[in-house]
Structure formats: C-alpha cells, structure tokens
Write a protein that binds this ligand. Sequence first.
Ligand SMILES: [Zn+2]
Length: 427
Amino acid sequence: MGSDSLSQTKPIPLSTEEEDPPTQSTALLSFDTDSSLESEANGSPSKCSTTTIFIVLILVSFVALFSAFVFAFLFYSSSHSSSSATPRNFSRPLKQLENPVVLLVSSDGFRFGYQFKTPTPNIHRLVENGVEAEMGLIPVFPSLTFPNHYSIVTGLYPAYHGIINNHFIDPNTGEFFHSASHEPKWWLGEPLWETVVNHGLKAVTNFWPGSEVKKGSWNCPEKLCMKYNNSVPFEHRVDTALSYFDLPSREIPAFMTLYFEDPDHQGHKVGPDDPQITESVARIDRMIGRLIDGLERRGIFEDVTIIMVGDHGMVVRCLLFVHLQVMHHRMLFAKMNEGLESGKVDNGKYLKVYLKEDLPSRLHYAASDRIPPIIGLIEESFKVEQKRSKRKECGGSHGYDNAIFSMRSIFIGHGPQFARGEEGAIF
Ligand SMILES: [Zn+2]
C-alpha cells in the first residue's frame, strides 16, 4: 500500500493501483498474537437449530455476491439434470462432530491458475471431493485486499460495507482509513463472525481484515479474536485452527477463519510468473495438507465445511507508467480525458477517468460518499506515476478492473454442505 489510495486530496484518485503486501511495516493490524485456547461461556444450541443456522449462514454469507454460485451447488441440479425442476440437496449428515463447523480459509493474492503451476495435491483433493469455481472467483472492484476480504464476510459490495479501498479519506470528516483502523464507524454491514454470535454460537478469527473491530455483538473476545501478526508462522496458524477441534464438543467454534499473506507477498515483489510464486503456492498447498491431516487424525475431515478463497489475482507490471505530472486537482474533469488522449501524457491513452456515477454499473462503485467523485480506470499492467522516477524494478500489481482475467482468484468448497466433484463456471 502506499501513495495511491483513493483520495480526494490527490490529483486523480485512482482505484486501480496496487497495494503493498502486508509486510512488517504495513501489517493489516499490528499487535501480538495469542493463539492459546480458552473456552468461552457461549451457549451451545441444539444440533438441530445449529444445523439450520449454518445452512442459513452459508447462504447469507454469499448471497449478495455469489448467489448464483451458491444456488448452483445447493439447489441447482447442474447440467447433468438441467431438465429436472427438483433441486438436489447435497448436504450430508455429520459423522463425528456434534455441530457443524465452517472454516473459511484465505490465501491472499492467489491468482486463478496458480493451482496449476505446481503439483498442489491437497488443494486438488478439496476440489475433487468438493466444488470449485472452474473459471475462478471474480473479485469485487477494486480488486484489493481489504475491500475483498470484507466483501467475502459481509456479502456486500465495498460501496455498501464501507471499505472502499485499502486506505482512503472520509470526505465528510477528513479522517484517514488505513489497515489498522479498527473503529467500527468504518466497517459497515454485518460480518459473519457477528452473525454467528448473534445466533448464540461461537466464532474464532485467526486473522481477517475487520475481525478486530468491536462492532455490534462482536467484541473481539480474547483468545477467539487473534490480533494480526504477520510473523506468526503459517504452520502455527493451521495448528491453532486445529486445536479448537480438541475442545469439548459443545465449545468448538461454529465458524473459524484462517488467513495466509501468501502468495500476494511474493507476487508484488516478483510478479506472478516467477519461480518464487511456484514455491509460495506449493507452501500454501502444504498448509492445506497440514490442515487436512490434522482433521483426518481427529476423524472429522468430512464433517468440517472448508471454504478456500483468494481475494484477488495478480498481473506482472514492469515499467509501464502513465505520467500525470501535468494534471492537478483543479483541472476540470472534462479536460482530463482530453489531456490523456492528447498524446502529451505518457501512456495517457491507457488511463480513463470517470465521474463515479458514470462508471460501468457492473463495478457497483458509486453508492458511497467515501468513493471520490472522480475515478480512474487504468489498463492492466500500468501504474500512474505522478513524479518520474528512474525505478527499474518489475513486480506484480492488482487493484485493476475486476473484469480483467488476471484479477480472478479461487473459490473451493469442501464438506458436508457441498456437493462432491461439482464445478461452476465463475461467480
Ligand atoms: Zn490481497
């Protein structure tokens, strides 16, 4: 993240800029992690009501963004039986667990297609015995980490959940939102962990943007709401998630999150085609394998609903800049595109600016005061540079129009609420 957030204080707020990986200096959040266990005194409703609530939860979580997909797997009988009007019910009864558990796993910047770069036997095991978006998950616009992670757990587009960029300025107050802004005023909508608690169940967040925000019935309970710390080894994160299954049955959280910064971290540094990405993807697969192994050892792998997602893709960006030093915020909007197309702005034709109400409606990026009035859409692989630099590095970028294929990520579902071996095109 850095100098390119959507902001009215900037000459042209561009929503197509990349973010930095959450490194030590740009952590999503910045506190120590305590991953020890402590049971909470939440009541544990009956299995019957819990099951019902979780079916509803899964539907609610994806209905706004992914409704077509969810209905495809929960109610739609697929192309094999398209003539039938009777929906198929894929859900299976639990064998070991007393109550359903949903484990939501995010691999940041896992571009669609990474899973074919190298053998990923564990990810493919989830796919083969579960469901996947065959052509990838389309992120919300802008294809950035915070807007997308919060959309995944609220089912809302950024204009409605309020996190319209990784960092931005609220034009009404002048306040700056950044990755460690935990004040509830920023975070609109109802994230899944809050929904879970509202239903009398227990949730645990093992890192997720927004999870440390005390809002509504979610007070970020100690031991169940991890403070973000990117130095926690991935293995430890997986083991922490697994350890919750060792609690007494009625105390096992009904909803858990698990977050990995990779391969976004490497993607920014070296771009999506570097061997480092291959190794990073292999490592993520090993973490999924560690998770599966741990669940199998406990005899509950088939009982846990695992949803694995990425938040956005990645594209190589290498020395393709649009230089905008001739433009400033007092330039009339009508003159902006004229200037860009004039040939006087380096690579200006690759940037188009819009009044936000004129953006393509498919972007759903207008209905918030936080969204600046003028938005730039830049073509894939380009970056706006306001001061010419002699930087020569190449790397990766995202944040672009979510219709661009390289911005797609993954969706995989496995467990008792998903069919086995089904695929949907995209969603
Ligand atoms: Zn990300």
